[in-house]
Design a protein around this ligand. Sequence first.
Ligand code: ADP
Ligand code: MG
Length: 257
Amino acid sequence: MAILEIENLSAQAGETPILRGVDLTVRSGEVHALMGPNGSGKSTLSNVIMGHPAYQVTGGDVRLDGRSILSLPTHERALAGLFLAFQYPIAVSGVSVANFIRTAVNARRTRRDPEDRGVPLGEFMRELRAQMARLDLDAAFAGRYLNDGFSGGEKKRLEMLQLAMLRPSLAILDEPDSGLDIDAVRTVASGVEALRGPDIGFLIITHYQRILTYVRPDRVHVMVGGRIVRSGGQELAQELEAQGYDWLKRETEDAAV
Ligand code: ADP
Ligand code: MG
């Protein structure tokens, strides 16, 4: 059972405040959706949770299982069970998909048991191939360099492949659906559904309600101007789909006056 608690979190990039008091709690077993207009701070929140050096936390806290993680470097946060699927994954030429994921999987194993000598290659490759097949990725994908020349859909599916192989306790997916056609959105959604269960919590960041018709969230939150301005159930996502974000933006501006 893992619990991620974000409390009154404020953060800035350089001199620019972006997050202005975010409160959000995600437990394993739960699926939360975070929606909001472009530029509202959704990616910044996910980056701050993971400890991206471009952002300074100016107030509040982020706790995992009751312990503040703000002083931990990013790889320690990952070893503690946090995972972030990037909105814009970067290419790393020279590092193959299989090697990258195997290194990460083994780092987690060694953290749990210092005597662990790593997952045997054959066993690892069998599991990797099975997960790739689920994500409609062909076998050659394992040998390609990370995101090097990948299509938009392949990039998103590589993020999902890492998620499936690493089995974090809390996964943040930053717009896993952006730029995908409907079949690819379904593939990503079924990847989430396959992993969904009592041992993993999800924070799915999305601009559109579309993916939420396949992955039904327990809670929906809306971020505007660096704050969560509304939380509700699935019906909130539908309301946003029908009405857009402008009414919430106006409401937030009025409240700020
Ligand atoms: P979202 O993911 O909701 O579209 P972002 O978190 O990417 O929003 O961005 C929120 C705001 O913060 C935007 O105005 C963006 O330009 C700004 N911002 C994000 N990261 C940085 C950065 N590293 N340096 C300066 N400004 C940033
Ligand atoms: Mg974003």
